[in-house]
Design a protein around this ligand. Structure first.
Ligand code: ACO
Length: 308
């Protein structure tokens, strides 16, 4: 009966076991998982654009090869995640449609422009660094296919983070002009990276339920703090200044205090009014339209094979 199924689900969560595709789950759990996985998948796919912007203008063949590989990895992450969403009954074409009609979200961070090649390094260091901080605990998320996809994604993200840091190290050892480029990029990306973790806990409608279901293992503020604490020594090693005059070690808390985040900016971005929202969606829509012939050909091929 429904009651037994529900009890089984509750026990699975309680014992820290994984929920698998054929298991009965409450409607709310399915909805939450599809929402989070779809938003995550969309972020990976939209996230190809800001850095893709620099592939044709990379300063050397080596940097171009690295960047190409990295952007291709993001496409791969998107595909594992759409597949994970499909195990919950979501339809991939429907998810894409929801993305390009603005009915599903993707990460706020990808609505900022990439103005210099230093942005490639800073995205690797800070944006991928924040992504790892958020996603490593998701390797223990209660939904099996999502948790397993996170393991591989986190390994690749760690490589991305290191390539970003190495690129910045190289630039910081370069000319004064290169060091200025890095600092200027850090100034633009620091605060948006803190926003990636989502609204403060008090304004996060989904956290309590997602923690109870062990979909999320930490709150938004916990992970944001972890990221700040992690980034401070890395900034010192690089020789850049994080653009927050209130950032300092608090020995009582055992954490860094930091300044107030501009949540009005975050809300505007979520409403679609960020600097690049329209451009990102338009680009994705065009890519989808341009790919129509591939989907048609694949469908025709599949139906011919079916006839045989
Ligand atoms: N950008 C866009 N939307 C966001 C962001 C963000 N940075 N943070 C939160 N939101 C949205 C939530 O999706 C939610 O909207 P919805 O209810 O319409 O779906 C709303 O703001 C309120 O936030 P929360 O209640 O805190 O939502 P949630 O519990 O889902 O937590 C979080 C948000 C932390 C992003 C969570 O969904 C998560 O961990 N997702 C997986 C990681 C991910 O998506 N990463 C993508 C960027 S990293 C990368 O791809 C390189």
């Amino acid at each position: 009966s429904e009651k037994d199924l529900e009890a089984h689900f509750e026990r699975t969560i309680e014992r820290d076991q994984r929920v698998e595709p054929r298991d009965w789950v409450p409607d709310g759990y399915r909805k939450t998982m599809i929402r989070q996985i779809a938003q995550h998948a969309h972020s990976e796919i939209i996230g190809m654009q800001p850095e893709g912007n620099w592939i044709t203008r990379a300063p050397s063949l080596r940097r171009k090869a690295i960047l190409l590989a990295k952007v291709q990895d993001e496409a791969g992450h998107g595909l594992y995640l759409y597949s994970a969403a499909a195990t919950l009954g979501a339809d991939r074409a429907d998810l894409t449609d929801k993305l390009i009609t603005g009915r599903q979200k993707y990460s706020s961070i990808f609505n900022y422009p990439t103005l210099s090649f230093a942005d490639v390094g800073v995205i690797g260091w800070l944006v991928d660094g924040a992504a790892i901080c958020n996603q490593v605990p998701l390797c223990r998320s209660s939904y099996g296919p999502y948790a397993r996809s996170m393991i591989r994604i986190c390994k690749e993200e760690s490589f991305h983070q290191r390539q970003g840091f190495e690129l910045l190290m190289t630039m910081m050892r370069g000319t004064g002009g290169q060091r200025e480029m890095v600092q200027e990029a850090v100034d633009r990306w620091w605060w948006p990276s803190l926003m990636m973790f989502g609204p403060p806990d008090a304004d996060s409608p989904n956290t309590a339920q997602s923690m109870a279901w062990k979909v999320k293992r930490h709150t938004n503020d916990e992970l944001r703090q972890r990221f700040v604490d992690m980034s401070v020594p890395q900034a010192a090693a690089l020789g850049v200044t994080l653009p927050d005059p209130e950032l300092r070690w608090n020995p009582d808390r055992g954490h860094h205090d930091f300044g107030a985040i501009d949540w009005a900016e975050f809300k505007e971005i979520l409403k679609g009014n960020g600097p690049c929202n329209a451009q990102r969606i338009e680009h994705r829509r065009r890519a989808h339209d341009d790919g129509a012939w591939v989907r048609e050909a694949a469908a025709a091929h599949a139906s011919k094979k079916g006839e045989k």
